[in-house]
Design a protein. Structure first.
Length: 623
């Protein structure tokens, strides 16, 4: 934006007319004319009766609009080689005749009339149209009286004219249009783009909405300058006046909301009133008589100025208390804007003559630039603070992650230590309960000289328990087929020694299926304990062992045809409690029941991947 303004100022300086020594005759200024209100399309033949001094501004006309007025000038030939006519202001549109010949116009002279109020006009014509003596210049102006338009700048009228050499009038024409049209157009486009950019920043930054409202205000201001780009409106003058005048309340809404949000004091009631105003103003303008548009617009300008004064006072009070730094920058900008607003109201009320340059078209962009720079600076500061907080957050997250990893390692080590302790306690319990008890029994049996066979049996059993304990310590996995083979050998051998016929039934299992050392040890003890109960307590002649292994569970069944027991009056001994404890430690279930044919049925189900259970059948069938 700064580069753009520097470029525009440089361009304006280069476009300004330079003082040069000219050999051509000087331009002739015409500020006295005869005028006539007439709908004629060609210049009147006779001299017009009414004399007037220019500039002539139309007021108090009650004829139909658009109104038409003819102006007649007399001038002498100045010896110009390439003559031209320069009109600083003709509103709404103009048509020029020289000695009865039409030399040009600004566009459409019928509704909708081409809007040329802000544009200077330069009409070139051949020198052959001029006479050596007296010449006649007729100017036809079509426009709207001041009472019918919302802004004094668009009221019908005509400024003084200059007739002279084209080379002398061209710089005046170019400079006038540059300051009022070209520069305003470029600045308007820049303001619109800047407004959209700032509004986008504010829209995505929900916690600070004042950039959004500021960008919206800039966009609306640029939209109100559409008259500088489009001279031929697609609708009539009244519709155009209502549409463009109705843009002022939304602009006031956006700007006042910007001030309130800037000091972080949004007012819900104020917002509602301003939004209601945006809807009521177009309706009120539609209901007003066409010839009262000026008064209605003036009332609106005074109302909006009062609202702006109240918002400015509110902003000054709170910014002084809470944002002292912004008070001086923003307060100075708003004060200048307030002065410009008052000047504009004074121009509309005709307390001040129309300036040659539209002040708000040039001053508003400069003020918007300063405000925009301040908001961008604020946004950049907020972005830098956010980045700093993100860096701090990332560092904190990294520290916490390292702390969590350290805690996890400690917990893992503690869990391993606890698991090792639990395993040691289990092994100690097994050695004490099984091997220790058997060694005591061996020691007692060895005192009896004729009890050698019993000592031998007890020693073999102690050796088997020791091997089983050692297997649990190694932690090696074994294929299911190998484990079943060991179980069959041991079980059949023990039952045959006891004189019990054995019926072994085990399902074929895939070689890749394995059992962990913990499962091997605990299930081996369950099988041994169950077989020991059959040998020592059942008095059975036959024993059936059924084992089925799947990927999900292992099902173990032991049945005998011994004495059996009444399940309603069963008293669990140490053996049954051991069976239940070991099965539950593996997440399985144990079911003990009496067979209908006599004897006992034991069913153990141990999950290999998850929990599983199976009820014990009471029909005496094999698993």
């Amino acid at each position: 934006m700064v580069y753009l303004l520097v470029f525009l100022l440089s361009f304006a300086w280069s476009a300004a007319p330079q003082a040069q020594v000219r050999s051509e005759p000087a331009a002739l200024g015409l500020n006295r004319a005869h005028r006539l209100d007439s709908p004629a399309l060609v210049p009147p033949a006779e001299l017009l009766p009414d004399a007037a001094t220019l500039p002539d501004r139309w007021r108090g006309m009650h004829a139909d609009v658009p109104h038409q007025r003819w102006y007649q000038f007399r001038f002498d030939q100045g010896g110009w080689s390439f003559p031209a006519i320069y009109i600083e202001r003709a509103c709404t549109n103009v048509e020029v005749w020289v000695n009865g010949e039409r030399v040009g116009s600004g566009g459409s002279m019928v509704e909708p009339v081409t809007q040329t109020c802000y544009f200077a006009q330069l009409f070139r014509f051949p020198a052959s149209l001029l006479k050596p003596g007296d010449n006649r210049l007729d100017v036809r102006v079509v426009g709207y009286p001041a009472e019918w338009v919302a802004s004094r700048q668009r009221a019908g009228g005509l400024s003084p004219l200059w007739v002279g050499e084209q080379s002398e009038l061209q710089p005046r024409f170019a400079l006038r249009n540059f300051w009022n049209i070209d520069l305003a157009r470029v600045i308007g486009i820049a303001m619109g783009l800047l407004g959209l950019a700032i509004a986008a920043l504010g829209w995505f930054r929900k916690q600070d909405r004042h950039p959004f409202y500021f960008g919206l205000a800039l966009t609306l201001w640029a939209l109100m300058g559409t008259r500088l780009y489009v001279q031929d409106m697609p609708f009539g003058w009244r519709t155009a006046e209502i549409v463009f005048t109705s843009l002022y309340p939304p602009f006031a809404y956006a700007f006042i909301q910007f001030l309130l949000h800037f000091v972080r004091r949004p007012q819900r009631r104020v917002r509602q009133v301003l939004l209601l105003q945006c809807g009521l103003v177009p309706l009120a303008l539609l209901l007003e008589p066409a010839n009262a548009m000026s008064q209605a617009a003036l009332t609106l300008y005074v109302l909006l100025t009062t609202e702006f004064l109240a918002a400015f006072a509110f902003f000054a009070w709170h910014s002084w208390r809470g944002r002292r730094r912004d008070f001086w920058v923003m307060g100075g900008i708003l004060l200048v804007l307030l002065v410009l607003t008052v000047l504009e109201v004074a121009i509309q009320t005709e307390w001040i003559n129309l300036p040659k340059v539209h002040l708000l078209h040039l001053a508003m962009p400069a003020l918007a630039l300063v405000m925009g720079v301040r908001l961008v600076q604020e946004f950049a500061g907020a972005l830098a603070e956010t980045e700093r907080l993100n860096r701090e957050l990332e560092q904190r997250v990294a520290d916490k992650s390292a702390e969590i990893e350290q805690t996890y390692r400690q917990l893992s080590a503690l869990k391993v230590e606890q698991a090792a302790l639990a395993e040691r306690q289990r092994i100690a319990s097994d050695l004490h309960d099984d091997l220790g008890a058997q060694l005591v029994t061996i020691a007692q049996a060895s005192l009896v000289a004729n009890d050698v066979s019993r000592v031998s049996d007890l020693a073999r059993k102690a050796l088997a328990d020791m091997r089983l304990a050692v297997r649990g310590l190694t932690g090696e996995e074994q294929p299911v087929a190998y484990v079943l083979a060991d179980w069959r050998r041991e079980t059949v051998e023990r039952l045959q020694v006891a004189g019990i016929a054995t019926f072994w039934n085990a399902s074929e299992s895939a070689m890749e299926w394995v059992l962990s050392s913990r499962l091997q040890v605990q299930l081996t003890r369950v099988l041994r304990e169950a077989i020991s109960n059959v040998i020592h307590h059942s008095g059975a002649k036959h024993c059936w062992v059924d084992i089925h292994v799947t990927q999900d569970a292992l099902r173990l069944g032991i049945e005998d045809d011994g004495r059996g027991f009444d399940v309603l009056h069963i008293v669990a001994g140490q053996g049954l409690r051991n069976l239940e404890t070991r099965t539950h430690s593996l997440g399985g279930s144990l079911h003990v029941a009496a067979r209908d044919e006599g004897g006992t049925c034991i069913r153990a189900v141990v999950p290999l991947t998850g929990n599983a259970s199976a009820p014990c059948p009471h029909d005496g069938g094999t698993a």
